[in-house]
Design a protein around this ligand. Structure first.
Ligand SMILES: C[S@@+](CC[C@H](N)C(=O)[O-])C[C@H]1O[C@@H](n2cnc3c(N)ncnc32)[C@H](O)[C@@H]1O
Length: 266
């Protein structure tokens, strides 16, 4: 891995994972999700954990995978979403993260769940994925796009490794309010307006299937839940209050020669 930003983001997630170990104790061994929660209605009484799982499940529905399918989870964190997807779909899931500490936790989780035959993790940079062309049925990026120094390059790599017709399902952030300046030591993260996705996907020969703004269901309540953790971990959430959040679903164009040929669920 040679990209400077990827190296730095990896180091920051290593540190965050070590801090979480102190904060969470033994619970950390069960893996953890590091994304926003989704509450279906303002009245929903779901806990933060349940709401995070709900977002994982909303993404999973969009992947259209099943037993025998192969999924790549780009920016897999400590592996909890990948494990949940493997258990619920029967698919084979491969996760990549730039943080070695996260990969160690994710590997441990796969062993604990006796899923090592179809749940595996590697330290790798999404900008240069170490997989052959068309080796996955679908690709997921659950809250990792904001860390990518070059979204076009990552999408190009996703398109290369997914089979023709396979789905790419991701979340991304935009600035709903004018951005607040962040401290120089903050984690590298950028936003992209949802309006910029359709032309970006078109330029890469990807077809937009869905673009869904989920800010109201995710950002306000997640930030309220995170406030307590943020205090313990000395994280600054001020800049996050003005963020918007959305899901993008795209497919890699299918060439006429490809035929139906999908493994697992349609
Ligand atoms: C907010 S966390 C989300 C983790 C996980 N998807 C989840 O929902 O729990 C962002 C993840 O993106 C990963 N990441 C950031 N930049 C990356 C890159 N260039 N290549 C691969 N992973 C990257 C980080 O290591 C981290 O695991």
């Amino acid at each position: 891995m040679t990209d400077r930003v990827a190296e730095e983001v990896g180091r920051q997630y290593d540190r965050l994972t070590e801090d979480l170990a102190v904060f969470m104790g033994d619970d950390l061994q069960q893996g953890y999700s590091a994304h926003l929660g989704y509450w279906d209605t303002p009245e929903s009484r779901a806990t933060f954990q349940e709401a995070m799982d709900r977002l994982t499940d909303l993404m999973t529905e969009r992947l259209r995978i099943g037993p025998g399918s192969r999924l790549l989870d780009v920016g897999c964190g400590a592996g909890a979403p990948a494990a949940r997807i493997a258990l619920r779909t029967g698919a084979e899931v491969t996760g990549v993260s730039v943080s070695q500490e996260q990969i160690a936790l994710a590997d441990a989780l796969a062993r604990t769940l006796s899923l090592t035959d179809r749940l595996s993790f590697s330290r790798a940079d999404a900008m240069r994925l170490p997989y052959p062309d068309a080796s996955f049925d679908a690709v997921l990026a659950l809250e990792s796009m904001q860390h990518m120094p070059d979204r076009a390059q990552v999408l190009r790599e996703m398109r290369r490794v997914v089979r023709p017709g396979g789905r790419i399902v991701l979340t991304d952030f935009y600035d709903r309010l004018p951005p607040v300046p962040v401290a120089p030591e903050s984690m590298h993260a950028t936003t992209l307006s949802p309006d910029d996705y359709p032309p970006l996907l078109r330029s890469l020969d990807l077809r937009l299937v869905e673009l869904l703004d989920i800010t109201a269901e995710t950002v306000p309540r997640s930030l309220a839940c995170l406030a307590e953790v943020a205090q313990g971990l000395d994280l600054d959430l001020d800049a996050a209050a003005g963020l918007g959040y959305y899901i993008v679903v795209a497919t890699a164009h299918r060439s006429p020669a490809d035929g139906p040929g999908a493994r697992g669920a349609a």
